[in-house]
Design a protein around this ligand. Structure first.
Ligand code: ZN
Ligand code: ZN
Length: 447
């Protein structure tokens, strides 16, 4: 059994791992890099017209035989751990006949995102994507694969345990995970009863270079949000967050409920939440009593998100969107306070809300995004200063802290631990046992 980490030994994002055993070859994640290798952001528009060969020459793609569109397929499957682009964003280069495996939640989130993003960023998944379930093993040639549902800022994220059936040799790939979200039970369950005899653990290490921050858990974020909403005299409080971070939206919903505040989402979030709705889930929905959808006129074109929904299979949501809507000029008449979840692209419409000067603005994403010299960061900061908003950073990471990583590594006690999804592989030997540092593209035999 061999593995090659094509990308991920020295960076966060763009993860791609090839595992082979006998005639069976699979790919774990096929992500788009986050950085361009020169300190800037990776720009997919720049590579839009380039061929696979050109991209391999530029070391953006990897020389993996039988993976790409223009050659006969020789890969048994591509397994996607979760719906973050740094784990699935290169799927469009794969041969369409190669089966893709992912969780139901990941599939729905990738599909719904296509409605809202620019053409070059869309990943159209084939109808035949195979859905994996927590702890339901499946066979793939000479391999047996068991997915494990994990706590992460992406909904329905999975780790994968890949076992060679004849020899029992095996690899555990964590994907991205944490121990401090609303699904923390999954982490506890896992470390109490981990798979035994793991030969090689590929473990993410995002947090090895980041501060754990003021709010260690999602519960801490909730507690602070309740304080903020109780203390404010303003009608509107803003919270800037990712529309796909379902745990965080749940946190904001809980905080709003506890303080008799209306939760205001936007049509994009309403659509995302609807896409992952199941009869059993307790994920907030736009038709819930204390939820409204912010609908506004952008640049004289109507609501840009509603327009996109109107052109999609989610058109059926339009009547409910209309029933749940709140427009900027409705805010002064509200009896309750409002917590408005927002993104930078909504600023031109948010500016139409009367009397927001001096309101609280909670920034609820990794602080690093704000510190970047990007158009998004500038637009956000201009908005904050123009309206004199009271900015506060309230966030907890989607990734395991160093403490949680230690607990995890000790529980699995692998023969070899290989760093992945980290900028700090050199720190691993100080923190964990049996570390083997690999380089991108290096073949490693599991013994
Ligand atoms: Zn990631
Ligand atoms: Zn992730």
């Amino acid at each position: 059994m061999q593995l090659i980490i094509h990308r991920g030994t020295k960076e966060i994002g763009g993860t791609c791992v090839e595992v082979s055993a006998g005639d069976t070859r699979i790919i774990l994640d096929f992500g788009m890099p986050l950085g361009n290798g020169l300190g800037g952001e990776f720009n997919e528009k720049v590579i839009e017209d380039e061929s696979v060969d050109e991209l391999i020459n530029k070391k953006i793609l990897y020389p993996i035989k039988g993976l790409y569109k223009d050659t006969p397929p020789q890969i048994n499957a591509i397994l996607i751990s979760h719906s973050h682009k740094d784990h699935y964003g290169f799927l469009k280069y794969a041969h369409p006949d190669i089966p893709i495996y992912m969780s139901a939640g990941a599939r729905r989130l990738i599909d719904v995102l296509n409605i809202f993003i620019k053409k070059e960023g869309r990943i159209t998944l084939p109808e035949a994507v195979k859905i994996v379930r927590d702890q339901v093993p499946f066979d793939m040639g000479g391999l047996r694969i068991t997915p494990y549902l994990v706590d992460h800022s992406a909904f329905d994220a999975m780790s994968f345990h890949v076992v060679e059936k004849t020899s029992g040799k095996n690899i555990f790939y964590t994907g991205d995970f944490r121990a401090a979200g609303w699904k923390e039970k999954l982490f506890k369950r896992f470390v109490t009863k981990p798979p035994k005899g793991v030969d090689c653990l590929l473990m993410e290490g995002t947090m090895l270079e980041r501060e754990a921050g003021k709010y260690p858990t999602e519960q801490d974020v909730l507690d602070r949000m309740i304080e903020i909403l109780r203390a404010t005299d303003h009608k509107v409080t803003f919270a800037c967050c990712s529309g796909q971070n379902i745990d965080r939206i749940v946190t904001f919903y809980k905080a709003a409920r506890r303080t008799k505040t209306l939760l205001i989402i936007d049509p994009y979030m309403a659509c995302v939440l609807n896409a992952i709705k199941t009869s059993r889930s307790r994920i907030p929905q736009m038709d819930w009593n204390s939820v409204r959808v912010f609908i506004a006129n952008y640049y004289g074109k109507g609501d840009i998100y509603v327009n996109k929904i109107n052109d999609s299979a989610f058109r059926r949501l339009l009547p409910q969107l209309a029933r749940s809507k709140i427009k900027p000029l409705n805010f002064p008449k509200l009896d309750l306070k409002a917590l408005v979840l927002m993104r930078g692209s909504m600023i031109p419409a948010l500016e139409k809300i009367p009397g927001m000067k001096g309101s609280k603005m909670v920034y609820s994403q990794w602080r690093g995004y704000l510190e970047k010299d990007s158009a998004d960061a500038r637009r956000f900061k201009d908005f904050v200063s123009k309206y004199d908003l009271d900015l506060e950073h309230v966030h907890t990471s989607g990734h395991a802290t160093v403490e949680a990583l230690k607990t995890f590594a000790n529980a699995l006690n692998p023969k070899v631990l290989v760093p992945i999804h980290t900028f700090k592989k050199d720190k691993y030997p100080d923190l964990f046992n049996n570390v083997k540092i690999l380089n991108d593209g290096e073949e490693f035999e599991i013994i």
